[in-house]
Design a binder for this molecule. Structure first.
Ligand SMILES: NC(=O)c1ccc[n+]([C@@H]2O[C@H](COP(=O)([O-])OP(=O)(O)OC[C@H]3O[C@@H](n4cnc5c(N)ncnc54)[C@H](O)[C@@H]3O)[C@@H](O)[C@H]2O)c1
Length: 259
């Protein structure tokens, strides 16, 4: 791997690392040389080799304070923070309950604010000693850029993640903090969340007699859905010094669907 993409001598935290895109990201960052700490409400999968594991509800401010104290105590630094944990509760606008809407806002969006607030002191001190500074990568969604049917609460929460990221990038730059902030907008058909989306469309009456779900998103120019693993390169790039002059950007990983 070219040195600029290497994550040697860095410490990374990945939330939602028990499965899907978070699992693939934790493994990918470790392969790139980072000391990775995974976090999730679920237990660590036995096949994931990481430096540490935190049982963390990302919607809990107290949980974030404890997590940062643990990382500071064990490692004394944090270079890369990947806010990946997320949930979806599919429903039409008419049928979206306030409880579901608020839960998606709490887990998907409020968590990112709590995370950045809690991690700032460590990210600042670690970023000052690293070319390109430290890096926050917030996992949003294409739904957070253009909306998605039967996913109003989810799309709203991911739009919040997107603009919170851009705002933090500008603000930290103006304040002189050595921290870059970017968002990634994935498309991965091989995760539990992707299954939940297909099930949501089926419940909305968009299933076909053959059990397939009608294509309702934009056509994918590359002609196939993506895999969790295919988001990892984008995240490594944004965590590494290869992206030392990149902040406030939206990296879309969707086979060209949004092109
Ligand atoms: N799969 C896709 O096509 C797709 C598309 C766009 C965006 N995303 C985003 O990518 C991220 C990962 O999605 P995925 O497809 O891997 O989903 P997934 O459901 O497979 O994994 C989500 C992970 O987050 C964890 N999690 C959920 N609530 C949590 C909480 N309160 N605290 C800590 N961990 C929690 C889950 O336990 C799980 O391990 C999400 O933010 C999702 O919105 C996914």
């Amino acid at each position: 791997m070219r040195p600029a993409f290497s994550l040697h001598r860095t410490v990374s935290l990945v939330t939602g690392a028990a499965r899907g895109i978070g699992f693939a990201t934790a493994r990918g960052l470790a392969d790139a040389g980072s000391m990775v700490i995974g976090a999730d409400i679920l237990a660590k999968p036995s096949e994931l080799a990481v430096e540490g594991w935190l049982e963390l509800d990302v919607a809990s401010a107290e949980g974030w304070r404890d997590a940062m104290a643990w990382i500071e105590d064990r490692h004394g630094r944090l270079d890369c923070l990947v806010n990946n944990a997320g949930i979806i509760r599919m429903a039409s606008i008419e049928n979206t309950t306030l409880a579901d809407f608020r839960q998606m806002m709490a887990v998907n969006a409020e968590s990112v604010l709590l995370s950045m607030q809690a991690a700032l002191p460590l990210l600042k001190s670690s970023g000052a000693a690293r070319h390109g500074g430290s890096s926050i990568v917030n996992i949003s969604s294409c739904a957070g850029l253009v909306g998605a049917p039967f996913s109003g609460g989810y799309a709203a929460s991911k739009a919040a993640v997107h603009l919170l990221s851009r705002t933090a990038a500008k603000e930290f730059g103006h304040l002189g903090y050595p921290i870059r902030v970017n968002s990634v907008h994935p498309n991965a058909a091989d995760s539990q969340m992707a299954d939940d989306v297909r099930e949501g469309y089926r419940r909305a009456g968009l299933g076909t007699a053959g059990g397939e779900v009608k294509e309702i998103g934009a056509p994918i120019p590359m002609g196939r859905p993506g895999l969790s693993d295919e988001n990892v390169g984008a995240i490594i790039y944004l965590c590494s010094t290869a992206s030392s002059y990149v902040t406030g950007t939206q990296l879309i990983v969707d086979g060209g669907a949004m092109a």
